[in-house]
Design a protein around this ligand. Structure first.
Ligand SMILES: *[C@@H]1O[C@H](CO)[C@@H](O)[C@H](O)[C@H]1NC(C)=O
Ligand SMILES: *[C@@H]1O[C@H](CO)[C@@H](O)[C@H](O)[C@H]1NC(C)=O
Ligand SMILES: *[C@@H]1O[C@H](CO)[C@@H](O)[C@H](O)[C@H]1NC(C)=O
Ligand SMILES: *[C@@H]1O[C@H](CO)[C@@H](O)[C@H](O)[C@H]1NC(C)=O
Length: 398
C-alpha cells in the first residue's frame, strides 16, 4: 500500500540522473532545480544537468567562474552565487545564459566588472552584486541588458564612479541601490528617462551636491509612472549652498540628511535649515599675474586665483577675444593657471581671466609681453638652441 505513495514521490521529486555529488536536484512542475548551497564546493560542479532552470550555489568556496561552468544552460532562469569567494569572472562566463533573469553575486570578492564579464545576459532583470570590493565597473558591462534590467544592487562596494552613461539608458529600472560606496558625483540628467524608477538609495557616499533632476521632484509629487519614489541620500557630506536650494524647496522633512559644510551649517538637518541660509559667494579674484615678460619661444604661465562658493571655474580670454582652449601649445586649468608652452610673437597682448560660479563672475587683466628673439629670420637651428638653454629663465613677473 506504500507503493503508490512512493511512486508519486518519485514522480513529483523526479530524481534526476545527472545530479552533482552532494547536491539535491528536483524536477518540479517540469522545471529542474539544482540545489548545491553550502556544500563546501571549491568550483562549479561540472556535472550540472544543462537543462536546469534554477541553480543555487550560495555559501560555498568558489573562487572563479567561467570556462565551461555554465555552457549550454540556455534555459537557466535563476543563478545564485552569493557568499562565495569569487574574485574572477572570466569574460563570456555567462554567454549562453540567454534566459537568465536573476543573477546573485553578492558577498564575493569581485574588484572589477569588465566589458564582457556579463555579456550574453540578454534577458537579465535582477543583478545583485552588493558586498563585493568593486572599484571599477566598465561602461560596457551592462550593454546586453540595458532595457531589461529592473533591479541593480551595487551597494557596499568601493565604487568612486559608476557608469552613469549606461545607467541612464536602463529604461525598465525600478530599483537602484548604490549606497555605501565612495561615489562623489551624479551626472546631470541621468534619471530623466528612468520613468519606472521607484527606489534610489545613495546613502553613505561622498556626494557634496546633487544635480537638479525631475526624479527628485517626482519624489514629492508622484508622476503618472511612479506612485511613490523612495529616495535616500543621507550620510553624504552635503555642501549646503545655493546649488542645493532647489532640493530644499521641495517640501519633505522625513529624512535625516545633514549638511557637512559650510562650517556654520555643519551637522544641521538639511530640512530644518531655512532657505535663506542656502547661500553662495560670488567669485573674488584674490591674486593674479599682472604683467609677464617672456622671451619668445619660452613658456609663459599666467595665474589667476579666485575664491567663492561654489569654487569658481576660471577661463581665459586671449587678446583676440577668444576663450583659450587646450591645445598642443596651451593648457588652461580650471584652477586658474594658463600655460603657454612655447610662446610666439602673436601671443603678445592683454589676457582676461574670468572666474565663474553659480553666484556670479569676476574678471582680471593680465598683460603678456613677448620679447622677440634677435636674428629671428636667420637660422632656425640657432634660435631653437637659444630657447632651450634659457628654459624657465625667461619669465619675469611683477
Ligand atoms: C522533468 O520531468 C518532465 C516530466 O515531468 C520530463 O519531461 C523532463 O524531461 C524532466 N526533466 C529532467 C531534467 O529530468
Ligand atoms: C554544449 O553543446 C554543444 C552542442 O550541442 C556540445 O557540442 C557541447 O559538448 C556541449 N557542452 C557541454 C559542456 O555540455
Ligand atoms: C585642459 O586640460 C586639463 C587637464 O589636462 C583640464 O583640467 C582642463 O579642464 C582643460 N581645460 C579646458 C578649457 O578644457
Ligand atoms: C593648477 O593645476 C595645474 C595642473 O594640475 C598645476 O600644474 C598648477 O600648479 C596648479 N596651479 C595652482 C596655482 O594651484
Amino acid at each position: 500500500s506504500l507503493k503508490p505513495i512512493l511512486l508519486l514521490l518519485w514522480e513529483t521529486w523526479g530524481v534526476v540522473s545527472a545530479c552533482p555529488f552532494h547536491c539535491v536536484c528536483r524536477n518540479l512542475s517540469e522545471s529542474l532545480s539544482t540545489l548545491c548551497a553550502d556544500k563546501g564546493l571549491l568550483f562549479v560542479p561540472p556535472h550540472v544537468d544543462r537543462r536546469t532552470v534554477e541553480l543555487r550555489l550560495a555559501d560555498n568556496f568558489i573562487t572563479e567562474v567561467g570556462g565551461s561552468d555554465f555552457v549550454n544552460m540556455t534555459g537557466l532562469v535563476d543563478l545564485t552565487l552569493s557568499r562565495n569567494t569569487i574574485h574572477l569572472i572570466r569574460p563570456m562566463a555567462f554567454a549562453d545564459l540567454e534566459s537568465l533573469r536573476s543573477l546573485h553575486l553578492d558577498g564575493n570578492r569581485l574588484t572589477t566588472l569588465g566589458p564582457r564579464d556579463l555579456a550574453g545576459l540578454v534577458n537579465l532583470q535582477h543583478l545583485i552584486v552588493n558586498n563585493n570590493q568593486l572599484v571599477k565597473v566598465s561602461a560596457q558591462a551592462f550593454d546586453d541588458f540595458l532595457v531589461t534590467l529592473e533591479d541593480l544592487d551595487m551597494s557596499y562596494n568601493n565604487l568612486r564612479r559608476v557608469p552613469w552613461e549606461s545607467i541612464q539608458n536602463m529604461a525598465s529600472l525600478h530599483t537602484l541601490n548604490l549606497d555605501h560606496n565612495l561615489i562623489d558625483h551624479i551626472a546631470e540628467g541621468v534619471f530623466g528617462e528612468l520613468y519606472k524608477l521607484a527606489r534610489l538609495d545613495m546613502t553613505s557616499n561622498r556626494l557634496r551636491t546633487l544635480p537638479p533632476d525631475p526624479l527628485f521632484t517626482g519624489a514629492i509629487s508622484p508622476t503618472p509612472y511612479n506612485a511613490v519614489i523612495s529616495l535616500n541620500f543621507g550620510g553624504n557630506p552635503l555642501h549646503c549652498n545655493c546649488e542645493l536650494l532647489w532640493l530644499r524647496r521641495l517640501i519633505r522633512g522625513d529624512d535625516m540628511e545633514t549638511c557637512a559644510t559650510p562650517a556654520h551649517l555643519a551637522g544641521r538637518y538639511f530640512w530644518s535649515i531655512p532657505e535663506e541660509e542656502f547661500t553662495c559667494e560670488p567669485p573674488l579674484i584674490t591674486r593674479h599675474t599682472h604683467k609677464l615678460w617672456v622671451l619668445e619661444g619660452q613658456r609663459a604661465t599666467l595665474k589667476c586665483r579666485a575664491i567663492g562658493d561654489p569654487e569658481p571655474v576660471v577661463h581665459w580670454v586671449s587678446p583676440d577675444d577668444r576663450i583659450v582652449a587646450n591645445s598642443s601649445r596651451t593648457s588652461s586649468f580650471s584652477n586658474g593657471t594658463l600655460d603657454i608652452l612655447v610662446t610666439v610673437a602673436r601671443d603678445d597682448g592683454a589676457y582676461t581671466c574670468i572666474a565663474i560660479n553659480a553666484a556670479g563672475e569676476a574678471t582680471a587683466t593680465v598683460d603678456l609681453k613677448i620679447i622677440p628673439l634677435p636674428h629671428r629670420g636667420g637660422g632656425g637651428g640657432n634660435t631653437g638652441s637659444n630657447g632651450g638653454n634659457t628654459k624657465n629663465n625667461g619669465n619675469f613677473e611683477n
